[in-house]
Design a protein around this ligand. Structure first.
Ligand code: CDP
Ligand code: CDP
Length: 221
């Protein structure tokens, strides 16, 4: 059980979880856990070592031994800066393949718990409120329509100067979300104790304000 206050933000790809979670963490002075980055790092580590993503035991071993460092916005793997490399859609797909393997999820559990340090934590992912921090004080399920999410990712990639095709992005997000929803362990879904935040027609500022207002209510409850 986590002794520090935890806010969890789960939801599908490109719904704005990371952006909103980081803003909420900054507003409260809390730590931030991007749990998806751990699955992305695991997929990248496997690819670089020639381990196939579906080899559960070999990938779980890699996940347990990940030499990963989060240094502000930068992410290092084996001492190399992989901040950009883990963000590709290819590694996103690899992340969702390795994330469906129970032994890999178990291997990453302790590392995620270690982020829960005073004064508090905001954690984003798929199973933050259901499996990793089930006793979190506030659980949010953040979503947006499939079209809005594909457009957001498209805009994000163009802004980063990367080639991006809207139809291909929409197809990638759809297949990744379908895999995340269908898997047996820690599937993506809105659990009964999570508050729904649909940001299809909502900007980042408004979404952050809503989470902060729920947090205020949770503290006074
Ligand atoms: O972490 P996740 O994949 O859920 O999404 P993200 O990377 O935080 O957000 C994807 C993009 O959508 C970012 O460029 C955000 O600024 C943008 N966004 C938005 O336009 N409106 C929102 N309400 C939330 C995010
Ligand atoms: O940024 P985006 O929302 O597209 O993905 P992400 O949060 O970086 O997660 C990449 C993949 O890791 C997801 O598609 C999930 O398969 C997996 N993941 C997971 O299974 N559990 C989590 N807590 C976080 C990510």
């Amino acid at each position: 059980m986590s002794l520090v206050p935890v806010i969890t933000i789960d939801g599908p790809s490109a719904s704005g979880k990371g952006t909103v979670a980081q803003r909420v963490a900054a507003a409260l002075g809390f730590h931030y856990l991007d749990s998806g980055a751990l699955y992305r790092l695991t997929a990248l580590a496997a690819e670089r070592r020639g381990v196939v993503w579906r080899d559960e035991l070999a990938v779980a071993k890699l996940a347990g031994e990940l030499d990963a460092v989060f240094d502000g916005a930068a992410v290092l793997l084996d001492g190399n800066n992989v901040t950009e490399a883990i963000r590709s859609e290819g590694i996103g797909i690899g992340a969702s393949v390795v994330a469906a393997l129970p032994a890999v999820r178990s291997a990453l559990l302790a590392r995620q718990h270690a982020f829960a340090e005073a004064p508090g934590l905001v954690a984003d992912g798929r199973d933050m409120g259901s499996v990793v921090f089930p006793d979190a004080r506030l659980k949010v399920f953040l979503t947006a329509s499939a079209q809005a999410r594909a457009e957001r990712r498209h805009k994000q990639l163009l802004a980063a100067g990367e080639p991006a095709d809207l139809a291909a992005i929409a197809a990638d997000l759809e297949s990744r979300d379908a895999r995340d929803r269908a898997r047996k362990v820690a599937p993506l879904q809105q659990w009964a104790d999570a508050l729904l935040l649909d940001t299809t027609d909502m900007g980042v500022d408004e979404a952050v304000e809503q989470v902060l207002s729920w947090w205020k209510n949770a503290l006074s409850a």
